[in-house]
Design a protein around this ligand. Structure first.
Ligand SMILES: CC(=O)SCCNC(=O)CCNC(=O)[C@H](O)C(C)(C)COP(=O)(O)OP(=O)(O)OC[C@H]1O[C@@H](n2cnc3c(N)ncnc32)[C@H](O)[C@@H]1OP(=O)(O)O
Ligand SMILES: CC(=O)C(=O)O
Length: 543
């Protein structure tokens, strides 16, 4: 089998964008990739245009050995990236050619190998239990052996910054051993993640001057500075950056690939990804979260769903003039969207912009705008929350813009809900609704596993035959929050209902002291909103 598969063509060799999601990212508590997951992660990273993908540690983890075997067998054709196998230098006192870990790196057929090497004298003496001479020999032997076998070698100098501060000579001897043996890049690792940006920059530029070697940077996030430290290292001369998707990694994580790329491209003008791939950043970040079985981080820089979400009224008033007045970049450049949130912090501009987005033109209606703002502030003070309930907000804005509430497709006469608790058996609920629809009075009863389910079922039964679209609408999510009032005894319940018709989802809100009534309000808004969407007016049926 050819040794050079799988290997794509990185954008440039002048600067390495190196991803270690499949190795260091997988060291995050809670992540456990299957081999299929690993292949899918690598494909997404390659598609994004990352230059190097560290696939894991063959020989240490059977899953990683298998991953490299399947990649080499043709399951991972790469366009942009080069696959990298990670492993350690030979064991102390063992001939490199006899070390099974080193053999496994060769057997992986990865064209690039990254070796982890101890560069802090305390680790050399206390963890490896060898002297500095032998530690350097372990690095030298392993690098020259792999280079002799035709591999490109990078060396991760573990604990470099701590080691350099404690005993610079030893740390530099390890780097020199790697460089002299033929390593292409020596990567300065902040393994314990305790560094800050100014210190990183100072050390990187000093080491560049003292060694003349090509330097890389690998930062853990224990001071929440991994991205800043990575950027500081690049500004000080590092030309190889190691990061992980969404910052996944051991303990507090690693430098987040998406923030590092965002900063390098949009702030430093460094084209580290093919320009056409930049708008794929957000989608890729979310897809990689999915593969890690984690929820995407909403507040993540550049790619989070809240990264360009504006809540403050003052922001919206400037955004109305020019969105870039309150955004550090155009969100579309990284495949994200700007959102205006309407809450108690809204001003008229927030409502006007949100109205525009929801198709309600309030620009020439100052009175409607003022009325809507007053209503939103008053309702939010009572516990309503429109931030996540665009559909209810749209109904409120329409009511102000049109001077009358949207006509519901039915009129309620009454509803009743009873709970059945059968000792030793199930707990169920039964609801009866009496409504007026299409000129008829309809009474319907239905059962459910709880009061809201039963109420929803009874209402649907009553409306069946009157609303052609009813069966396509389902309740896709239901969230309840109890809001404790000033005295602690006057709590109200806020219910958010997400509905879906297969094409679209929309969210409505209801607030009341009684959870069933709060749910009813949200359910009714959901149907009114759908009726409006279907007819463009006030629903196809009149009460
Ligand atoms: C900073 C990082 O995150 S580096 C990546 C770390 N990742 C991992 O550890 C995940 C994969 N690791 C593993 O599967 C296992 O730890 C293995 C297979 C590598 C080793 O397992 P074991 O042989 O049982 O050894 P164990 O994990 O207990 O100890 C590590 C051994 O490697 C040695 N070692 C540590 N670093 C290095 C190094 N850079 N070069 C050579 N040997 C090293 C240690 O001294 C220790 O040797 P000893 O067995 O003679 O005491
Ligand atoms: C190599 C590595 O993962 C570290 O030093 O943190």
């Amino acid at each position: 089998m050819s040794r050079t598969e799988p290997q794509g063509t990185p954008l440039s060799d002048q600067f390495h964008l190196y991803d270690t999601t499949l190795r260091d990212g997988a060291q995050r508590e809670g992540i456990s990739y299957s081999i299929a997951d690993k292949l899918a992660v690598a494909r997404l990273l390659d598609d994004l245009g990352v230059g190097f993908i560290e696939g894991g540690w063959p020989g240490a983890l059977p899953k990683d050995t298998e991953f490299f075997a399947r990649a080499a067998a043709g399951e991972l054709p790469l366009r942009h990236a080069v696959l990298v196998a990670f492993g350690s230098t030979r064991k102390a006192g063992v001939a490199v050619a006899d070390d099974p870990q080193v053999r496994a790196l060769l057997d992986s057929q990865a064209p690039v190998v990254t070796l982890v090497a101890k560069s802090d004298v305390r680790h050399i003496e206390r963890a490896l239990r060898v002297d500095v001479e032998e530690a350097c020999a372990m690095v030298r032997d392993t690098v020259s052996f792999l280079v002799g076998e035709g591999r490109r070698v990078f060396v991760d100098a573990e604990h470099f910054f701590d080691g350099y501060a404690h005993d610079a000579d030893t740390a530099l001897r390890v780097l020199d051993a790697a460089g002299q043996a033929g390593a292409d890049v020596v990567v300065l690792c902040d393994t314990n993640g305790g560094q800050l940006p100014l210190g990183i920059a100072e050390t990187v530029s000093e080491v560049a001057d003292r060694t003349g070697l090509r330097l890389g940077i690998h930062c853990q996030d224990d001071t929440a500075c991994a991205v800043a430290n990575t950027i500081a290292a690049v500004q000080a001369g590092a030309t190889h950056v190691q990061c992980t998707a969404n910052g996944y990694g051991e303990r507090a994580g690693n430098a987040d690939l998406f923030a590092v790329v965002g900063n390098l491209v949009t702030k430093l003008g460094m084209p580290v990804l093919p320009p056409s791939r930049m708008p794929e950043l957000t989608r890729t970040a979310h897809a990689l979260a999915e593969l890690a079985n984690l929820a995407p981080e909403e507040h993540q820089a550049y790619v989070g769903s809240s990264a360009f979400a504006h809540k403050a009224g003052l922001h919206a008033s400037a955004i109305k003039v020019d969105p870039l007045l309150y955004n550090h970049i155009d969100p579309a450049d990284v495949g994200n969207d700007m959102r205006v949130l309407v809450t108690e912090m809204a001003g008229r501009a927030s409502l006007e912009l949100k109205g525009r987005q929801l198709g309600v033109d309030l620009a020439e209606k100052p009175e409607a705008l003022a009325g809507a703002l007053k209503k939103v502030k008053a309702l939010e003070a009572e516990g309503w929350s429109f931030e996540a309930a665009d559909a209810s907000l749209e109904l409120l804005l329409r009511e102000e813009a049109e001077g009358a509430p949207a006509q519901p497709p039915f009129r309620l006469e009454s509803y009743r809900v009873v709970l059945d608790h059968h000792v030793g058996g199930d707990v169920g609920a039964e609801a009866t609704v009496k409504i007026h629809v299409g000129g008829e009075r309809v009474i319907a009863t239905a059962e459910g596993n709880g009061p809201v389910h039963a109420l929803d079922a009874a209402l649907r039964k009553a409306l069946r035959g009157h609303l052609s679209w009813l069966d396509s609408v389902e309740l896709s999510d239901y969230k309840v929050r109890i809001l404790v009032g000033k005295t602690g005894t006057d709590a109200v319940t806020r219910v958010l209902v997400e509905s879906s018709d297969g094409d679209r989802t929309w969210t409505t809100v209801g607030v009341h002291a009684n959870i069933v009534e709060a749910s009813w309000l949200a359910l009714c808004d959901a149907l009114v909103h759908k009726a409006l969407a279907v007819s463009g007016a006030a629903g196809e049926m009149r009460p």
